[in-house]
Design a protein around this ligand. Sequence first.
Ligand code: COI
Length: 354
Amino acid sequence: MVPTVHPSSSSCLTSEPDEKYANVNWEELGFTLIPTDYMYVAKCKQGESFSEGKIVPYGDISISPSAGILNYGQGLFEGLKAYRTQVGQITLFRPEQNALRMQMGADRLCMTPPSVDQFLEAVKQTVIANKKWVPPPGKGALYIRPLLLGSGAVLGIASAPEYTFLVYVSPVGNYHKVSSGLNLKVDHTYRRAHTGGTGGVKSCTNYSPVVKSLREAKSAGFSDVLFLDAATGRNIEEVSTCNIFVVKENIVSTPPTLGTILPGITRKSICELARDIGYGVQERDVSVDELLEAEEVFCTGTAVVVKAVESVTFYDTRIKYITGDKALSTKLHVMLTNIQMGVVEDTKGWRVEI
Ligand code: COI
């Protein structure tokens, strides 16, 4: 039975699921899809706004073979997480930022986005309906995947006449299996984004072109790929799924979000936390030379959280960096996850309780 969720008060389910937890081996969570019970779906015609959505059983959706998303990749996705705290609350981390980023992307791809309130309501309803899939405290998180799709039929190049806003969830653990740092390969062949393109929004089309590079790197024993800017090939931009930071002499630097780099919410939060503990933070072009001379390198993202980089390989040069207890990334990881998981007081208003 589909639980009834009151649209304006997402904390009341009229039918609570019987069990507190779903039947999942929480110790073994990785970042692979575990289908859950329910998803949220709302639709909107071009030129109108989204009608109230519904929680429905999780499953396949029916879509025209001529849908904008299937033919021309007109689609965006988001990623955020729900955590179960030690005192049994379920919290989200800065979800309004995801709603705003979806609005930016929708503008770029000429789609109608849900309002911020509708986005938040949809996320909360989907988490509540799937509450038993939120891992126990400290065992992982419920990854929330909102989608905005051009679902209406088109043949010529145009925005689809109908959009679908859908939210589904899956419990997840660590994105990368390695518990130590990542071994990154700097890709000198493929590029991820270019000026004037869609690298700065979460377009579905930004991600499948990365797979070839990732596959080649993984088969050579690397954990992930770092892409360079398309214009010069001299500056670092983004890892396949996350933003990148370099640290040297108490300055933390990360490439600026000027259209080719995804404006990560974890990225933005880490810039603030690093400033709070006295580091200089610079959002500016970072050359490969600087990367190779850095003391420390780390990645940030919803899926990866904060992850140290153990080594970077550029052609035949392999550089190793500080990781572990002495690394700034370890400290920032603790600071961030303590806020996300409700271990410390949230003085920044980042946590949203469901
Ligand atoms: C996220 O961190 O939410 C992402 O979008 C990464 C995803 C491509 C796995």
